[in-house]
Design a protein around this ligand. Structure first.
Ligand code: FAD
Ligand code: NAG
Ligand code: NAG
Ligand code: NAG
Ligand code: NAG
Length: 500
């Protein structure tokens, strides 16, 4: 049925396209197949860019992807007999009434992806190093502090005041965590979302990051977080979307890009296997971490303005550590939070063995972020398991906790195709840097979650940026003129922040 529908849709599209011959103005476009576009990377940004080109009648493109499937950071594995998510797991912000919809929510509905509401604020058990201890009052107060911090950030924007770190922002509203519990509560509100500490993050941008996704007064979608429990994987939503319009010749999997040579007239890409691909245009959707670490070589070297932008945004790391036990012995809430004397030490716990998720699965996971993630990636699995189990036994001092029968965590920071989980905006970054991150160099364009000013770090950021980049390329293809995207050769004075 699905196959028939998509074939039908493709035929219908071909028919419509035959009726409306697109107006092509430059010489390359006049060629029978039109200009060729190389889409580098097959994550959400690459797939949505391809769909945008296709919908405008440009089908002479190829998605070049290193892995053996599409989806990028929407990535699963099998653990404890279940499909679990190594990367993106939640639709963050859905839709309120007839307000703006998160396009990821729309895709999930279209492809019938199975999700469950995940109650991050109302279904929580609190722990410290002595076991389960009720400090929900501290937890709730820190949620209020976070909201107050976003309001204080907005007041600074209104007055054209410079950005500060989120830590300074918290301090100025007198939110100054002093106890282990207060620090763990702040971590849950802050680091667990941004994958970095308040010290490392922009006050204004973190308020935007929250508002534009979650705050309906500020154009956000909704406060809800839907967790994918779909056994095809959360990635099904982008893979099925791709299946609807891509033909096999438009995807090249298992192809690792090594060199990208760009100019005003086109782009040539060399793969690690020595193969060369040429395009009139290319869109690079590799993660910020990949660009920062010289995993791909640009020829000529990227201009200074571009390198400054790439090295100024930060790639955070968010690590889910999965444990499978013979049977559940832990909290009945969805979430658990552990206050250690070291901030960020195995703090956020989630039960998958819960009626809403995978009941009877015996699966529990804990999340760490930032420098702590980088630290554990350098340790052996056995060492990390021993540390995690020491914490579980602190949380349950009166239970004889067995060793887990399975243990797994992904190493996003050391993975050369990602080099981290998602981007985070530091205090020293300006809006012009984001313009520069997104700006084209010759016929080479850039998109991905990191180029999104409103939704950096989120799936919706990758989606909207892929769409925008494809529209910019289309504007060049369809002419009459092809404008360079705005960039700033030097950033020597931070302009007031722009809200777009
Ligand atoms: C652990 C984790 C949890 C997250 N949780 C959420 C969440 O719950 N909700 C949410 O909205 N977002 C979440 N995110 C963020 C979200 O996954 C990303 O914003 C989004 O998937 C990025 O899409 P993209 O297309 O920009 O980049 P990518 O998905 O990284 O796509 C780029 C593609 O390029 C490929 N590539 C890289 N280098 C090369 C090369 N040299 N040659 C060829 N191909 C290459 C990669 O394999 C990849 O497929 C999470 C991310 C992680 C890692
Ligand atoms: C959607 O998914 C649900 C549960 O996963 C399933 O019962 C239902 O048949 C699916 N519907 C369609 C149209 O695929
Ligand atoms: C563990 O047992 C001791 C002794 O019975 C008791 O005092 C303590 O409250 C228990 N701790 C927890 C977290 O249940
Ligand atoms: C975020 O939302 C709050 C509450 O609506 C608002 O007061 C504040 O100005 C917003 N912050 C920013 C940086 O836009
Ligand atoms: C990539 O570029 C480097 C430096 O110019 C060159 O040494 C290398 O051979 C190139 N690799 C491929 C696969 O073309």
């Amino acid at each position: 049925m699905v196959q028939f529908n998509s074939t039908f849709r493709r035929l219908a599209t071909l028919f419509l396209r035959a009726l409306s011959v697109p107006h092509l103005s430059n010489a390359a476009a006049a060629a029978s197949n039109g200009p060729r576009v190389l889409i580098l990377g097959g994550g959400v940004s690459g797939v949505i860019a391809a769909r945008t080109l296709h919908q405008s009648g440009i089908d002479n493109f190829v998605i070049v992807e290193a892995r053996d499937e599409l989806g990028g950071r929407m990535m699963t594995t099998t653990f404890g007999g279940k499909t679990i998510e190594q990367g993106a797991n939640w639709i963050q912000g859905t839709q309120t009434g007839k307000g703006p919809a998160n396009p990821i929510f729309t895709l999930a509905k279209k492809h019938n992806v199975s999700t469950q509401l995940n109650d991050w604020s109302g279904s929580v058990t609190t722990f410290d190093t002595t076991g389960a201890v009720d400090w929900l009052d501290v937890f709730d107060a820190s949620g209020d502090d976070f909201d107050d911090m976003t309001v204080a950030a907005g007041a600074r924007v209104d007055q054209n005041l410079v950005d500060l770190s989120a830590r300074t922002g918290y301090s100025l509203i007198k939110a100054k965590p002093k106890t282990d519990q207060e620090r763990a509560a702040e971590y849950y509100q802050y680091d667990w979302e941004y994958a970095q500490t308040p010290e490392e993050s922009s006050l204004i941008a973190s308020a935007w990051g929250n508002n534009f996704t979650y705050n309906t007064d500020q154009g956000g979608f909704s406060e809800d977080n839907l967790m994918s429990i779909d056994q095809r994987g959360f990635k099904a939503l982008i893979q099925l979307e791709a299946q609807d319009f891509l033909t096999p010749s438009q995807i090249q999997l298992n192809s690792v890009v090594k060199n990208i040579t760009y100019s005003k007239s086109g782009v040539t890409v060399t793969l690690t296997n020595g193969k060369t691909l040429t395009g009139d245009y290319a869109l690079c959707t590799f993660s910020l971490g990949v660009l920062q670490n010289d995993d791909v070589k640009f020829q000529p070297e990227l201009p200074d303005f571009k390198q400054e932008a790439i090295q100024s945004m930060v790639m955070g790391t968010f690590t889910k550590i999965f444990l499978k036990f013979p049977k559940k012995f832990w909290f009945d809430t969805e979430m658990g939070i552990f206050a250690d004397s070291t901030r960020g030490r195995y703090p956020v716990w989630q039960s998958l063995d819960h009626p809403n998720f995978f009941p009877g699965s015996g699966i529990l996971f804990v999340t760490v972020t930032g420098d702590f993630s980088i630290r554990i990636e350098a340790l052996s699995d056995q060492k990390v398991q021993a540390e995690v189990m020491e914490v579980v036994r602190m949380m349950y001092p009166n239970i004889t906790v067995p060793e887990p029968s399975e243990f797994f965590f992904p190493r996003w920071h050391t993975n050369t195709l990602f080099r981290g989980s998602y981007s985070n905006w530091p205090p020293a970054l300006s809006s012009q840097h984001i313009d520069n991150l997104r700006a084209n160099v010759g016929r080479l364009y850039f998109s991905g979650e990191a180029t999104s000013r409103k939704y950096f770090g989120f799936l919706q950021g990758a989606y909207f940026e892929g769409q925008t980049a494809a529209n910019n390329i289309l504007a060049c293809i369809k002419g009459p003129t092809c404008a360079n995207l705005e960039h700033f050769t030097q950033i020597n004075n931070v302009l007031p922040y722009e809200n777009n």
